[in-house]
Design a protein around this ligand. Structure first.
Ligand code: NAP
Length: 322
């Protein structure tokens, strides 16, 4: 990893916040563009892609590729071109007015300063918000099938949600579990047609329609859930050993309130060249307001953000090319 020795008082050309596919691609382009770029990532590189078992809609891999492997290759490629990576958790961003304007990023390990910032902060899994969810987190309640699926060999598990993630992860869990029940609040899925078809054809996957989870219960571990049928209003109990929650995501942008423009759900607004409402700050990937949240779109936006940031930095330095 290109961590090396980081000088706290160094003025970077570009700071990239977040090491998922968007941030890593921005890092690759910035480094190849001869920018002095530092990427800050609190955990391992790869973001949500790194916890996805198999990715089959990223071009170039006809058989598909595992999420962790793709993430690792992306990181290796960016580091090979000189991207610096530091494992630090970003806590704040401050605009430092002056000539030129710069940006100060506070982390759990110190402060970094740069002429431009690329926000590639990604999104975290959203919680369901029912009794028992917090209490049994890690004791039957999970947000990651790749991480926890093998613990549920030959047991019954519940998946909550009806989007691509819930259905795809439900199919993955069926490799281990005896039975996977996908509980969805409506009577039709949001997931794409191909993913739906695979789930309907899988004998270990079934669906509990128009139903919500009211509570998750047990003693040491999850033992059962209380469900409510929204059509009849009836509540009932279902035994299960695990509850996997995939009810969407929420962007990691809380610390940006009052700095860049966001929508009411906290997704960052940009123009088509990934510029935010603040000159010198760019955004890409899942934390951006957009139509399609996938690895391929994250990478494309990362490349554009880095190119736009490079143009911005070169203009500041007086070395811009038209
Ligand atoms: P999503 O598309 O937002 O779906 C969330 C699901 O959770 C919806 O079915 C929603 O129900 C349900 N839900 C939300 N709040 C709920 C609540 N409080 N109680 C019960 N159910 C609730 O999220 P996602 O599936 O995580 O996908 C996120 C993005 O990543 C999407 O753009 C998706 O296409 C993409 N993705 C793509 C792939 C792929 O291409 N293979 C794989 C994974 C994810 P409603 O349907 O009723 O709203």
């Amino acid at each position: 990893m290109g961590q090396g020795h980081l000088q706290q008082d160094e003025l970077w050309d570009i700071l990239i916040l977040g090491g998922g596919p968007a941030g890593l691609t921005a890092g690759l382009y910035a480094a190849r563009g001869d920018m002095r770029a530092l990427l800050l990532e609190k955990l391992v590189a790869g973001g949500q892609a790194a916890t996805t078992e198999w990715i089959e809609n990223y071009p170039g891999f006809p058989e598909g590729i595992s999420g962790p492997e793709l993430a690792q290759k992306m990181e290796e490629q960016a580091v090979r071109f000189g991207l610096q990576v530091a494992h630090e958790e970003v806590q704040g961003l401050e605009v430092v007015e002056g000539d030129p304007r710069s940006f100060r990023v506070r982390t759990d390990r110190g402060v970094h300063q740069a002429l431009a910032v690329i926000l590639a902060l990604g999104a975290d899994w959203r919680e369901l918000g029912v009794p028992g969810e917090e209490e049994f987190r890690g004791r039957g309640v999970s947000y990651c099938a790749t991480c926890d699926g093998p613990f549920f060999r030959d047991q019954e598990v519940l998946v909550v949600g009806g989007g691509d993630t819930a259905v795809e992860e439900g199919i993955y869990l069926a490799k281990f579990a005896r039975k996977v029940h996908i509980v969805h609040r409506r009577d039709r899925l949001r997931a794409s047609a191909l993913i739906q078809k695979r789930a309907f054809e899988n004998p270990k996957v079934d669906f509990i329609w128009s139903t919500v989870v009211e509570s998750i219960e047990g003693s040491q571990q999850v033992e059962k859930v209380r469900l409510k049928d929204l059509k009849t209003g009836n509540s009932w109990e279902k035994d299960c050993a695990g509850v996997f929650i995939f009810v969407g995501t929420t962007p990691n942008t809380q610390f940006l309130a009052g700095i860049v423009e966001m929508d009411e759900r906290g997704y960052i607004l940009t123009d088509e060249d990934m510029r935010t409402s603040v000159d010198g700050i760019f955004a890409c990937g899942d934390a951006r307001k957009k139509l399609l949240r996938q690895v391929i779109t994250a990478c494309g936006e990362g490349a554009t953000a880095a190119f736009a940031a490079q143009q911005y930095v070169e203009k500041l330095k007086g070395t811009a090319y038209e």
